[in-house]
Structures are given as structure tokens and as C-alpha cells.
Write a protein that binds this ligand. Structure first.
Ligand code: ATR
Length: 273
């Protein structure tokens, strides 16, 4: 019987996940379908119950339901517990397993696709919202020399850094404290690029930077990447690699076979310069 998967969110029309998973399924000869599900606000659990009752095997979760998905699970990974958010569910009888593959996707994109090591590096992350929490543990597992989280609302960065400290060298910072400091890798995990805004990051952070990574995707050269480019950063990336790699992780988790991501990444890439 054909196995059923879907992505659930609201809105959902914009999601690239059906295209990505259909291409993965074709490339790995999996007998499966992958649909879009739109649930009304407050309607996540009912929609997932109905999907499971109809034989659904797994879901990807996007805005605004990632926290609901973590709460719905019967078993959650450390990454889900840390971030409070899940972007993939797997259904096995009465068990509901929750995962968050964003950080693994980011690390895989940086270390494998972009061929840049994070070990021993000074990493700066801008933003202390859900995107930061979602990627933090896999980043720390790469053993950077330090990971600094800068946020306008300093308390949010302090809260994440104090919980994250048990997994690695992480600390918080205001944007003002970044003046005069340099980092090897700078990651934009704010939502500023979604609105064409630039976080108030001083240009000096890019002086020795060899990779500027914006977690948003499909926006071309965002104000953050434009600043990094003008400061001479040699490698720029947006989140298309993360998107594709986290999808491949979910696919492997569900199906037991990891698809190659290169063709899909190239298909979805919006040129940066
Ligand atoms: P997400 O789930 O995408 O991370 P979020 O939880 O609403 O979204 O968090 C958005 C993050 O982007 C926050 O860190 C926010 O900073 P504040 O906590 O100080 O609000 C950050 N952010 C959004 N717009 C920004 C901007 N123009 N400049 C700097 N930071 C911005």
C-alpha cells in the first residue's frame, strides 16, 4: 500500500516540501505520496488525528504549528526538548515520535555542501527566537571555540545561552558589545530578512569571517548577505541547503534511505549575486 506523508501549516501553499519529497521519493523508488495539509488556528491536533486515522505515516510541520507538534508527541528528541519545537513527526501505532532536523540540516550544509569546518571556530549567531533554538544543539555538537548569540532583546539570548551551556561554549551578547569583535562564521537566525531588514550588526564582525549564512531562503541577496559581501566575506549562503538537508534527514528517518540532495538544491537555488 502507498504510504502517506504530508506537510502541515497555515498558510501552506508556499511550502516547497511536497516538491522536495516527491523528487526524493522518485530518486529512491519509494512507494509514497506527500501532500499539503492546512489546519485552522487551534486545529492542529484534530487535523493530525484525522491524518493518522486515514493511515498517515509522518508529517513535516511548519509555521505556526511547530510548538503544537512537540506537545503532541509521545517521544521527543533532545533537540525537540531543547527548542520546544518539532518539524517532523513519525507515527508508529500509538507512538508519536518528534524530531527537529533544522540544526542537523544546517550543519550538514555547512560542513558537507560548503565544505567548512565549525570545529574550533568563533561562531556568531544573530537572533534568539525559534530559529536559533532550533539549530543550536547540532551547532554546539560541532565543538566551535565559542558560539555567541546576539539579540536585540538581550534576555532571550541570555536564557538560551544559560540552558545551552551544558552542551558547549555558548554565551549571549548585545549588538553594541559586538563592536570591535570578529568571527569566523556569522549566522543570521533573525526573521529580519523576511521583511528586507538588516539586524543592527556592526560591519566589523565580518573582518575575518569566511562564511556568512542567512537561514532565510529564496530571497536572493538579503541585506545581511549584502553587508557581508561588501565587507569581503568569501562565502555566502542562504537557507536553501538547510531546507533541503533537513528534508533529507526526515526522509531518511521515515523511509530508511537517505536521498542525495544535490539536484534538489540546485533546482531551488535562487542566485545570490
Ligand atoms: P523565528 O521563529 O523565525 O526565530 P521569532 O521567534 O519571532 O521568529 O524570533 C525572531 C528573532 O528575530 C528574534 O530574535 C528577534 O529579535 P527580538 O527578540 O529582539 O525581537 C529577531 N529580529 C526580528 N527582526 C529583527 C530586526 N529587524 N533586527 C534584529 N533582530 C530582529
Amino acid at each position: 500500500m502507498t504510504d502517506r506523508y504530508a506537510v502541515i501549516g497555515n498558510p501552506i501553499a508556499q511550502s516547497k516540501s511536497p516538491l522536495i519529497h516527491e523528487l526524493f521519493a522518485r530518486a529512491t523508488a519509494q512507494d509514497m505520496t506527500y501532500a499539503r495539509l492546512e489546519a485552522p488556528p487551534g486545529g492542529f491536533a484534530a487535523a493530525v488525528d484525522a491524518f493518522r486515522a486515514a493511515g498517515g505515516r509522518g508529517l513535516n510541520i511548519t509555521t505556526p504549528f511547530k510548538l503544537d507538534a512537540a506537545a503532541y508527541a509521545t517521544e521527543a528528541s533532545a533537540r525537540v526538548k531543547f527548542s520546544g519545537a518539532a518539524n517532523a513527526l513519525k507515527f508508529e501505532g500509538n507512538r508519536v515520535l518528534a524530531e527537529n532536523f533544522d540544526g542537523i540540516g544546517l550543519v550538514r550544509d555547512v560542513t558537507y555542501n560548503l565544505n567548512q569546518s565549525l570545529k574550533g571556530q568563533r561562531v556568531l549567531m544573530l537572533g534568539a527566537g525559534g530559529a536559533c533554538r532550533g539549530v543550536l544543539l547540532p551547532l554546539l555538537a560541532q565543538q566551535p571555540y565559542e558560539l555567541v548569540i546576539a539579540n536585540r532583546t538581550l534576555q532571550k539570548a541570555c536564557d538560551i545561552a544559560s540552558i545551552g551551556a551544558q552542551w558547549g561554549h555558548v554565551r549571549s551578547s548585545s549588538y553594541a558589545e559586538l563592536v570591535g569583535r570578529t568571527y569566523d562564521v556569522v549566522v543570521n537566525a533573525t526573521s529580519a530578512s523576511m521583511r528586507g531588514e538588516l539586524p543592527p550588526v556592526p560591519a566589523n564582525v565580518f573582518a575575518r569571517c569566511h562564511l556568512a549564512y542567512d537561514l532565510s531562503y529564496g530571497k536572493g541577496l538579503t541585506p545581511f548577505l549584502r553587508l557581508a559581501l561588501s565587507e569581503g566575506v568569501p562565502a555566502l549562503a542562504d537557507g536553501v541547503g538547510l531546507l533541503t538537508e533537513q528534508a533529507a534527514e526526515a526522509f531518511a528517518w521515515w523511509r530508511g534511505v537517505r536521498p542525495d540532495t544535490q539536484a534538489v538544491r540546485h533546482l531551488l537555488t535562487v542566485p545570490l549575486v
